[in-house]
Design a protein around this ligand. Sequence first.
Ligand code: KG4
Ligand code: ZN
Length: 350
Amino acid sequence: MPEAPLLLAIESSCDETSAAIIDGSARILAEATHSQIPDHRPYGGVVPELASRNHTTALPGILDRVFAASGLRPADLDGFAATAGPGLASSLLVGSTTTKALALATGKPFYAINHLEGHLLSPFHGPDPIPAAVVLIASGGHTLLLHREENGSISLLGRSRDDAAGEAFDKVGKMLGLPYPGGPEIDKHAVHGNAAAFDFPRAMLDSGDGDFSFSGLKTSVRVRLAEMDAARRATSLDDLCASFQEAVVDVLVSKSIAATKALGLRHLGVGGGVACNRRLRAALTEACHREGIEPHLVSAALATDNAAMIAFAALQRHRAGLFTPLDTDIDPNLPLEGLAAARGRAATGA
Ligand code: KG4
Ligand code: ZN
C-alpha cells in the first residue's frame, strides 16, 4: 500500500520531459520520461526553442502515462512539484505552469524545486533519513561540490570555474567525432583504451579549495588531436577517451574525498549525469573504502534529469511544511542560495 503523502512532480528544465509520482516512503509509483536527445542531436547541443515546443507536445502524454500507471487521479494527490530553475526559461514555464494548474484545480500545495536540489538529494533517494554529507553534482550544466547538513542547510564548497564536467565530456566527444552527448560514448570507448596512453593535465588538483577547471584539459585534447593524422586519430580513439576520462575522474574523486575528510564527514554523495560514468563510480567507490567513507552513488535511473528526483526533494519540503505560493515565478538563473531561501520560506497558503 502506498504511504501518504502522494506527490507528483514535473521536470522540464532542459531536454527531458518527465513526470513522476512518489509516496511518503519515496517509492516511485509511476514515472515517465520523454528524452529529446535525438531531436537535438543534429545540432550538437540543446536548441532552446525546439526544447520548449517539444515539452508542450510531450507533457500531456507523459502525465496520462503516470496517472494510468499509478491508477491515481489528480485529486488523489497531496501536492504537486515542478522544477523552477535553473534551466531554459521557456522550458521551465511549460512544467511549472502545468503543475500550478494541477495545484490550483485540486486545492493542494505547490512546491517550486531547484533543479540542483533534485540532483543533490538523488543519491540518497529512499525512506531513510539523509545523513550529513558532501555531495558532488556533476552534470552537463554544473559541477558543484556541496555540504548538506543533517538539518537540510546547504553550503557551496566549490564549483567549476569554466566548463561543467559533462560539458567537457560532450565537447571532447564532439572533437573526437562521437555522437551527442559525448559522455556515454567516451565511457564506452574508454573501456577498450589505455588510460595512461596520453598524459592529460589534472587542473587545480592541489588548489586547496573545492573548485574545478576543465577547459585546459579540453584544450590539451585539441592540441594532441591537431598533431595526429586521421589514421592515427582513429587508432588512438579508445586511448584518447580513456586518458581524457581518467583525468576528469582523478580530479573529481580526489577533490570530493579531500572535502569530505576536511569536514570530518563519513558520507559522500554523487549525482548528475556524469555519475553514470563507470570509471568514476569504480574509482570513487574504491577511494571511499580506502578512507572509511560511505559512498552514495545515484542510481542510473535517477542520474540524468528526471522528475522522481524533483518529487523526492518536494517530499522533504512537504515534511517540513514548506510549500510555495502560486505566484512564485520560474527563474532560469535560480541561484544556489535559492535553496536556502526556499527552505526558509514560511508556508503562507497554496
Ligand atoms: O544531469 P544531466 O542529465 O543534465 C544536466 O542537468 O546537465 O547530465 C547530462 C550530462 C551530459 O553532459 C552527458 O554527457 C553526461 O551527463 N553523461 C556522462 C555519462 N552519461 C551521461 N558523462 C560521462 N559518462 C557517462 N557514462
Ligand atoms: Zn540536471
